[in-house]
Each structure stands twice: as structure tokens, then as C-alpha cells.
Design a protein around this ligand. Structure first.
Ligand code: NAD
Ligand code: USQ
Length: 399
């Protein structure tokens, strides 16, 4: 297949582009390197020393003999998106190219507005470009499990059948997201659903859980192909952060009680889920939704698992409870369905198997690069920064 990966310089996108290329698909990447710019803005860097995209693509060509085409540009520019679709003529577009950190979207007004404009406008441009130049192309869009929030009932895959005043209907599952970032994904989902209905586009909205790990078979082939591993308070996700904290003897930063429960998956399953979605496309006019995670854990479960794994490696791991900088339920019911990808052939990598090799060892290997100043949360959901605070020091925001 001809597969276009938007956001292919990022964490999920890079691993996916290599995986699909290795599988024999013709792959192209589009990216505007915004993510590298946000790292500069925040004064943070990935634990792993990632190379420039040009260097990585050359290394991939040398190692695999496969070429991945590169389009540099911003999906917020319609001319860019439409020209890529026209030039590359994809069978499938995998759309990762969004601002994806909840804390980044909660820094202040400017970051909230940027996140929603970047994400919603990029996706809208893509929908219009597909309608005009590639109406049969399958859109595979990365959404998030956080779109649903933490309702006190079971979470279905995208839609729920309800009976109301004696009548029955199947409707989109209610959304109660917990940040302006997560809200941007809800807006995207509605726009995609609407475009499929009116223009008969085909789309798969993947409500992905929190991804962990950095190694895939392809990324592991050479140091030159290494993927991002973020651990800072804005872009670092919880399990990746805990592993880095354990590797340097920093107390694990559990926010609040730690009963916050989320769906998680190994990055090796992310790339496989994308391939499954590509190979088994949605029908014309269909907007299907898959919940893309393999297991769920509470934050405290993860902290204890890291504690045990650390002990085996001779590390002294302490678990700390910080006041929660987010507004979220710290104890709640959580039961989300996630059977559709399994039914289509996904064989999950479970956390217990992969934690030590894939995560702790990477964290230990690069621990000399860790900046301890980026561990404490400074972004506060209750108190967005004002202009003065935005020109900030590295001091934690007062809670
Ligand atoms: P990332 O920040 O590592 O990668 C995103 C990439 O998109 C970056 O390379 C960035 O430069 C690019 N990009 C952003 N805006 C762009 C624009 N306007 N034009 C062109 N390129 C642009 O993020 P990631 O962790 O790889 O996440 C990818 C997608 O998966 C996101 O949509 C995210 O919401 C979703 N997701 C991620 C996770 C996770 O745990 N990482 C979990 C669930 C869903
Ligand atoms: N948390 C801690 N300590 C930390 C970091 C986080 O207790 O040091 C807690 C948070 O309060 C939250 C949970 O861990 O309750 C998850 O936080 P996270 O930063 O790992 O993940 P989140 O903000 O939800 O965002 C990440 C990705 C995002 C993706 C989402 C999937 O950054 O792109 O959409 O996971 S989901 O959570 O399913 O919505």
C-alpha cells in the first residue's frame, strides 16, 4: 500500500513509518518539526539522543534498502496538505501530526488556543484535501482514550446504544475529556464523523491509550534510528517518567492518590494496530472507532510495578505522592472495551514482559542525560499562567 504518515518525525510516527516500510509498504512522512521546536521552547530534550530526520531517513535507507519520502510542511497550510495528497496519491493516511501533550495545552491561553487550532485545523484541512483529491483514501486518525474521560459506566468503542423514553438509538459515546488537548481530539472526532457522513469518506478513529516504550524491531537496528523517549513534566507520559525517575533515584511522582486509571499499550502494539487498520480499511462512508490499548492500570499500580522492577536491578525506588496539578478523579470506576483490534488480529505485548528490557534498560543506558529540573509539575490546571509567569524560571508552579 502507499501510506502517508503525517507527524512521522514524532514518537509514534517514526516507529510506525519504519514498521510499515519494513513490511513492504511505500511510505512517505510529512512533518513540520514543530515538536522539536516545542522542546526548545520548554528547555527540555528527549532522554534518547535522536538524530535529525534527514539523518534517520538516510540511515534507514542504508540499513533496509528502503526509501521513505519526506514532505516538510505544516498541516495547518491547506496548500501543503493538498499538494502532498496529490503528489503521493496515498491509499491510507495515518494522521499523528498534532500537539499531543495535555499539560502543554493547559499552560496558558496561548497554548490552549494553539493546541486546538493546530489540531482541529490540520484535521479539517486533511478532510477537505481527501474529499477533493483522494476520496477513496482511508484516513486513520489518532484520537485518544481520554476523549471519554472517566464515566461511572462501561466505556464502549466509539458508540453506545441507548434507550430513552421508549425509543432506542446508537449514538456517539458521551465525551468528558480532561484537558484542552483532549478536547481538541473530541472536536476532531466530530469533524471526521461528519465528513464521512456527508462526503462518504472512510475513516478509522483510533482512541489510543497512553503509549510506553521506545524500542521496536526496526528502531533497535541502529543507534542512528533511535526514537524519542520523553520524561519531562509536559511531554513525558507517566510510565516513561517513572522508569527514568527510578533509574536516577528520583522519587516517583504519583499525582494525588494515584487511583487515576488509564488504558496503556506498548509502542510495538501501536505500530501493529496501525498496520491492521490500514490492511482492513473502513467502508466508504464509515467512521469506525477502535479503542487502542491493551491493558489498564492505575498510576499507583504502575509505581509499584516500577518499584519491583527497580529492586531487581538493584535500584532503590521511592514512591512520592504530590498534590495533583490536574483536575481529575483520583479514584474512579474504569472499564473500557477494547476488543475490536484483538478481533482483527492484534496480539498484545503485555507490560510485565516488556518493562525491564524495553523501558528500564533504556532509562539506565541514558541516565547521564537526565535533567532532574524537569521532573516536578509546573503546569497547573487550576491556575493557567499569566504573561509574567510565562517568562518563567524552572521553579515548580505553586499548587
Ligand atoms: P509527537 O509529538 O512525538 O509527534 C507528533 C508529530 O507531529 C511531531 O513530529 C510534530 O512535529 C508533528 N506535528 C505536529 N503538528 C504539526 C503540524 N501542524 N504540521 C506538521 N506536523 C506537525 O506525538 P506522539 O506521541 O507521536 O503522538 C502522535 C499522535 O498520537 C498524536 O495525535 C497523539 O495525540 C496521539 N496519541 C499519542 C499517545 C502517546 O502516549 N504518545 C497516546 C494516545 C494518542
Ligand atoms: N501522572 C502522574 N505522575 C506523573 C505524570 C502523570 O501521576 O508524573 C498521572 C496524570 O495525572 C494522569 C495519568 O498519570 O492521571 C496519565 O498522564 P500522562 O501524562 O501519562 O498521559 P495523558 O496526559 O493522559 O496524555 C498521554 C499522551 C496523550 C494521549 C493520552 C492517552 O500525552 O497524547 O492522548 O496519553 S489517554 O490518557 O488515554 O487519553
Amino acid at each position: 500500500m502507499r501510506i502517508l504518515v503525517l507527524g512521522g518525525d514524532g514518537y509514534c510516527g517514526w516507529a510506525t513509518a519504519l514498521y510499515l516500510s519494513k513490511k513492504g509498504h511505500t511510505v512517505a512522512i510529512a512533518d513540520n518539526f514543530a515538536r522539536r521546536q516545542w522542546d526548545h521552547e520548554l528547555g527540555v530534550q528527549t532522554l534518547t539522543p535522536i538524530r535529525t530526520l534527514a539523518e534517520r531517513l538516510n540511515a534507514w535507507q542504508d540499513i533496509s534498502g528502503e526509501t521513505i519520502d519526506l514532505f516538510v510542511g505544516d498541516v495547518m497550510e491547506y496548500d501543503f496538505v493538498s499538494s502532498v495528497i496529490k503528489d503521493f496519491e496515498p491509499d491510507a493516511v495515518v494522521h499523528f501530526a498534532e500537539q499531543r501533550a495535555a499539560p502543554y495545552s493547559m499552560i496558558d491561553r496561548k497554548h490552549a488556543v494553539f493546541t486546538q487550532v493546530n489540531n482541529v485545523v490540520g484535521t479539517l484541512n486533511l478532510l477537505f484535501a481527501l474529499r477533493e483529491f483522494a476520496p477513496d483514501c482511508h484516513l486513520i486518525k489518532l484520537g485518544t482514550m481520554g476523549e471519554y474521560g472517566t464515566p461511572n459506566i462501561d466505556i464502549e468503542e466509539g458508540y453506545i446504544t441507548i434507550e430513552h423514553n421508549g425509543r432506542k438509538d446508537t449514538v456517539p459515546y458521551p465525551k468528558q475529556p480532561g484537558s484542552f488537548y483532549h478536547l481538541s481530539k473530541v472536536h476532531d472526532s466530530h469533524n471526521i464523523m461528519f465528513a464521512c457522513k456527508i462526503w462518504k469518506l472512510r475513516a478509522t478513529d483510533l482512541n489510543q491509550g497512553v503509549v510506553y516504550g521506545t524500542m521496536t524491531d526496526e528502531v533497535g537496528l541502529s543507534e542512528a534510528l533511535i526514537n524519542r523517549f520523553d520524561y519531562d513534566e509536559v511531554f513525558g507520559t507517566v510510565l516513561n517518567r517513572f522508569c527514568v525517575q527510578a533509574a536516577i533515584g528520583y522519587p516517583l511522582t504519583v499525582y494525588g492518590k494515584g487511583g487515576q486509571t488509564r488504558g496503556f499499550l506498548d509502542i510495538r502494539d501501536t505500530v501493529r494496530c496501525i498496520e491492521i487498520a490500514c490492511l482492513k480499511p473502513a467502508a466508504q462512508g464509515e467512521c469506525r472507532v477502535f479503542n487502542q490499548f491493551t491493558e489498564h492500570f492505575s498510576v499507583l499500580d504502575l509505581a509499584h510495578m516500577v518499584e519491583v522492577a527497580g529492586k531487581k536491578l538493584g535500584l532503590k525506588v521511592k514512591v512520592d505522592h504530590l498534590p495533583d496539578p490536574r483536575v481529575e478523579a483520583e479514584e474512579h470506576y474504569y472499564n473500557a472495551k477494547h476488543s475490536k483490534l484483538i478481533e482483527l488480529g492484534l496480539q498484545p505485548h503485555l507490560l510485565s514482559d516488556s518493562l525491564l528490557d524495553s523501558l528500564m534498560n533504556v532509562a539506565l543506558k541514558y541516565r547521564d542525560r537526565v535533567d532532574v529540573n524537569v521532573m516536578l509539575p509546573r503546569v497547573n490546571w487550576r491556575k493557567p499562567r499569566n504573561r509574567e509567569e510565562h517568562r518563567t524560571t524552572r521553579e515548580p508552579m505553586p499548587l
